[in-house]
Design a protein around this ligand. Sequence first.
Ligand SMILES: Nc1ncnc2c1ncn2[C@@H]1O[C@H](COP(=O)(O)OP(=O)(O)O)[C@@H](O)[C@H]1O
Ligand SMILES: [Mg+2]
Length: 406
Amino acid sequence: MGQPKPRSSSRFLTRVVLRNYKSIASCDVRLGELTYLIGLNSSGKSNFIDALHFVRDALVGSLDNALNERGGLSEVRRRSSGHPTHFGVRLEFRLRTGEQGHYAFNIRALKDRGYEVQTEECCLYGIGKGPFFRLEGGKLKDTSEDTFPAVTSDRLALVSASGLPVFRPVFDALTAMGFYNLNPKLIRELQKPQDGRLLKSAGENIASVLGHLERNAPEAIEVIEEYLHTVVPMVHGVKRTAIGPMETVAFRQDMAGSKYPWEFLGMNMSDGTLRAFGVLTALFQGNRDYTPSLIGIEEPETALHPAASSALREALQRASEHTQVIITSHSPDLLDDASITSEALLAVVANGGETKIAPIDEASRNAIRNHLFSAGELLRLDQLAPDPKLLAETGSYQVDLFGDQQ
Ligand SMILES: Nc1ncnc2c1ncn2[C@@H]1O[C@H](COP(=O)(O)OP(=O)(O)O)[C@@H](O)[C@H]1O
Ligand SMILES: [Mg+2]
């Protein structure tokens, strides 16, 4: 086994397989550096992102916490007449060092209202070819390692296995995924100074993140300011500022009749500006000290003027050169650009409450390739549907979560 080559692309998750996660009965998709999850309201876009977020939450905190935050197992596992008893996730990944592998688990509801991790598997290179472990019902079935920490069936073993140097990089990468649904109300509030290495979900520690970047990666702030200025031309700069024991963000903004820009605190800025600032900070927060492995952003175009779409698209594209990016959107304006290739799109639809996710169908792929329509135009025409052929392929066999796969 030769030394793997460091990864040349930002692609961390290469494939995501889901079973019975919320409205998603089954899904098997490949991800690129930048993915647009496109679909109508309630089609299940957020549920897909939430499945990845769940993995992160369950590893950073505990499985119990991750379930409780979502209303318990009964809310996470798919509700349907068939009453599935399990839900499961398989993530195939490529680490920055170039090592490939997969991490998969499924969770089973128990009769007494509890749950257990029925199977959990983590593997680098391929089963038997590199470091791996497999657990069933809280018991270690097989591993490449001479010693393995104690495990229980109500927790994910990767948490304790991260104490072993071979599994640590997998744990670190999976817990370095960031998921964003930016909330202008929280960005606007005075914030307590806190850890600013990774932006939190709603932007509630954005002042600390800005402070961290000011100290460690001023060039990242320049990029954020450059795009913010394109999206909101009046704004020229942004910085962290202390107010008593609290902190907030301050924006430099042109004022009519004034020779010099004025400074406005976050509390006086518009929702659109604050959201755009949040999206850009999420995208460009990576620095030598800490870089997210993947960034998922919910509807980044919300509260933005359609004219800002091209700057936003460019920012997404640029960020995805360093960090894998997934966004959800139902905005034709954001997709109105010939540079968005069909490979970057995943169509999401819900039929009878069941979510289907796949690359768009062949006719739409051809229309984009031949520049007949942009992705945005196809969305307006309601022509962005998952490819029925691909859905039939992944639906025709029971998508397996475990073991080596093609
Ligand atoms: N446990 C579950 N089982 C089945 N459907 C679910 C479950 N949890 C949520 N849903 C459904 O998911 C849909 C919302 O999906 P969501 O991902 O938020 O849509 P959007 O595409 O707007 O982001 C709702 O229709 C809801 O009924
Ligand atoms: Mg949503």
